[in-house]
Design a protein around this ligand. Structure first.
Ligand code: AMP
Length: 249
């Protein structure tokens, strides 16, 4: 079974994000970028399926600038077999990413596609769902457990207030939630080996997809700063302040 994993290059989760002075987005120049954390979980799950003998080949796909090859290399160092970069300088929106992934999935004959539940830069949480809809495949989103057997994927989903288990007939789309697994670190030998693995570079037009953005960002602003807190000497003062100053009780 061939498996596709989508990996996005995003601002590293440890970086304190700053808004550009013209308010059109966040500063990315000179800022550390890494694989979207949920995509690391997706890659890990794919590798585990290969280790169990369920997946035969893992193809890591990224849509983005030339440097997104580094993100693909990380997936290859973790254990993916080869990569495809859909190279573009455009900030591609979820629907267009989904169209590109659909084209690749069909070309590759993939039977399972694993994505992160959400990219931590734009927080869309839409690509996996759009992809499943475009392909007409079932989807198991927010997966915290995945089991594959007899042409079916059993996916435990993290939903509000509990867990839901769904059964999907393959081919299917799965999006990874935080508790699905703990991604491995790539070992040095595997990082070296990954250098030799193949990354094909294609353009959106090669896949017949128009990636022109449909959304216009009107403004990006930082959240308002928080006021400094105070210490109160006793409970009576606290209650008084909550009642008469904050007026919340
Ligand atoms: P989003 O819908 O943007 O929150 O992204 C959900 C998931 O879709 C991510 O965790 C990735 O697995 C995948 N994805 C979104 N954008 C890209 C991209 N440009 N390249 C590769 N994968 C992507």
């Amino acid at each position: 079974m061939k498996l596709l994993v989508a990996v996005k290059r995003v601002v590293d989760y440890n970086v304190k994000v700053r808004v550009k002075s013209d308010k059109t987005g966040v500063e990315t120049a000179g800022v550390k970028q890494s694989m979207n954390p949920f995509d690391e979980i997706a890659v890990e799950e794919a590798i585990r399926l290969k280790e169990k003998g369920i997946a035969t080949e893992i193809v890591a796909v990224s849509v983005g600038v030339t440097q997104a090859q580094e993100t693909i290399r990380t997936a290859l160092a973790m254990g993916a077999d080869r990569g495809i970069l859909v190279e573009t300088d455009v900030a591609v929106e979820p629907l267009a990413v989904a169209k590109l992934l659909k084209a690749i999935a069909e070309k590759e004959g993939a039977e399972l596609i694993i994505l992160g539940k959400q990219a931590i830069d734009d927080d869309f949480n839409a690509t996996g769902q759009a992809l499943a809809a475009l392909l007409g495949w079932p989807q198991g989103t927010f997966a915290s457990k995945v089991e594959i057997a007899d042409g079916k994927a059993t996916v435990t989903r993290e939903v509000d207030g509990g867990l839901e288990t769904v059964e999907l007939k393959l081919p299917a789309v799965i999006t990874a939630d935080l508790r699905l697994n703990e991604p491995r670190y790539a070992s040095l030998p595997n990082i070296m080996k990954a250098r030799k693995k193949q990354i094909d570079i294609v353009k959106p037009a090669d896949l017949g997809v128009d990636v022109t953005p449909r959304l216009t960002i009107v403004s990006v602003a930082e959240p308002p700063g928080r006021k400094a807190g105070i210490k109160v000497p006793d409970v009576a003062t606290l209650v008084d302040k909550l009642r008469n100053e904050a007026k919340v009780i």
